[in-house]
Design a protein. Structure first.
Length: 447
């Protein structure tokens, strides 16, 4: 844990002690049995597709005389539609065939109608940001302004630089974030950038990416065969085992298709607000069709895939972290320019994907992302719900005093975090000179 690695000679102030206790509480929550958590709140099983959520937004006060003056930020796009409606195809195909044959139960008919609605609303919207995704970024920007108001109300700094992946959902996320921030401080001067040049470092894929992808896919396929079940849902939706066997070519693909449909429902407002056109007029919660013994292995497998593929895993973490070297180099270069007294820059905002921010966090080695562990049973210490929901973000907040001494604290999903391998100056605050040296060394090997 981060506080065990802190310099023991640091005299902890009252604020630092609060930070210490918050870290202890977070570690205790993480240790809770994951299956139990999913049973208590089944929407946790949405994992990487879960709408944005954050914990405590308490700020450890900066040392006396230090005020925030610059922010460096990287954010994943907000809640969205699935990138392809093909996720629904295995279940839709099987259920439609069974319906034509007259072998669906009433539950099966309801599931089929729900899937048709989801499939319909995805037409022409695959991969696009949902209304909820826009609000997530608006709210993150608003909270940032409220917490670090001096950054955006400075007489000498009003330039905001925004760079985005070329993918629409990132561009629209950038627009929502910027619009919200502009409404808080109308005097800001926004500059917007996108293109292949920016995509190359925001979502960089190194030469070993295909090897990693193949390994992660084979690993997860084996894991799914070992832990995923489907008997109970087949009993619910088909009138007999014979009907199920006739309609379903691959039961594992069928149950995963149902799971994927359920995982996107909260992003589109089907659980409460009905933000999308919903011809059925029904509350749609696909997870209701899955038993806990079927739902839990699905999210375990998905978390394992993401950890193996883009996390700091023992198998692939070293190669994947290198993908973030370009991004970290840009972050450091822009921050170095911005800390100059003559700079007009108040903030640098970047908008990308989970495939960009996870390698970055692993390369930096923030707490919870610093240790490389085997992907097998990774859900016991690392889950997509906790680590990479929609709109996941990483922020570096820069503070300066009158003596021109600069401190930096880091926020991961708006919560204070530290780097276990590097001792802070006090609480979560690092001296910029020490943090820069540590981070710059991480960029020296590029791919």
């Amino acid at each position: 844990m981060a506080f065990k690695r802190m310099n023991r000679n640091i005299q902890m102030t009252g604020a630092a002690l609060i930070f210490f206790l918050l870290l202890t509480l977070c570690s205790s929550i993480q240790a809770q049995d994951f299956a139990t958590r999913v049973k208590e709140d089944r929407q946790i099983a949405c994992g990487v597709y879960h709408p944005y959520h954050h914990g405590s937004l308490a700020d450890t006060p900066a040392p006396r005389g230090y005020k925030p003056f610059y922010i460096s930020h990287f954010g994943r796009h907000g809640s969205r539609y699935h990138t392809t409606a093909k996720y629904f195809s295995p279940a839709l195909k099987a259920l439609s065939a069974a319906d034509s044959a007259g072998v669906l139960t009433p539950t099966g008919k309801r599931l089929l109608e729900d899937l048709k609605v989801l499939n319909d609303v995805h037409q022409g919207m695959e991969g696009e940001l949902s209304p909820l995704g826009g609000r997530e970024h608006q709210e993150i920007a608003r909270r940032m302004y409220e917490r670090f108001t001096p950054v955006f109300n400075s007489k000498s700094r009003n330039e905001i630089r925004c760079a985005s992946s070329t993918v629409n959902r990132c561009l629209v996320s950038m627009a929502n974030f910027s619009q919200s921030l502009a409404s808080c401080s109308p005097g800001l001067d926004f500059q917007f950038f996108t293109g292949d040049k920016y995509y190359d470092y925001i979502a960089h894929k190194g030469p070993r990416h295909k090897d990693v992808s193949n390994f992660a896919s084979h690993f997860t396929d084996s894991l799914r065969r070992a832990i995923c079940t489907y008997d109970k849902i087949l009993e619910k939706v088909f009138s007999s085992p014979q009907a199920a066997a006739s309609a379903v070519d691959n039961p594992l693909e069928f149950v995963r298709s149902v799971y994927m449909a359920g995982s996107i429902c909260p992003d589109l407002g089907f659980l409460e607000a009905f933000e999308v056109e919903n011809p059925s007029g029904r509350h749609i919660e696909i997870f209701d069709y899955l038993d806990d013994t079927e739902l839990i292995p699905q999210i375990q497998a998905n978390s394992a895939w993401m950890y193996c593929h883009y996390g700091n895993s023992a198998e692939c973490g070293e190669m994947i972290s290198l993908n973030a070297c370009k991004l970290l180099s840009v972050i450091l270069k822009e921050a170095s320019d911005a800390v100059d007294r003559g700079s007009d820059r108040a903030a640098d905002f970047r908008f990308g994907h989970d495939t960009g921010i996870l390698p970055l966090l692993g390369l930096i080695g923030v707490e919870g992302m610093d240790q490389r562990r085997p992907s097998d049973k990774s859900w016991e210490f690392w889950t997509t719900y906790d680590r990479i929901p929609m709109a996941t973000n990483f922020q570096m907040i820069f503070y300066r005093n009158k003596k021109d001494d600069i401190l930096v604290k880091m926020l991961y999903n708006e919560q204070e975090v530290t780097i276990p391998a590097l001792s802070p100056s006090v609480g979560p605050y690092y001296r910029w000179s020490e943090l820069y040296k540590y981070l710059n060394e991480k960029t020296l090997t590029d791919n």
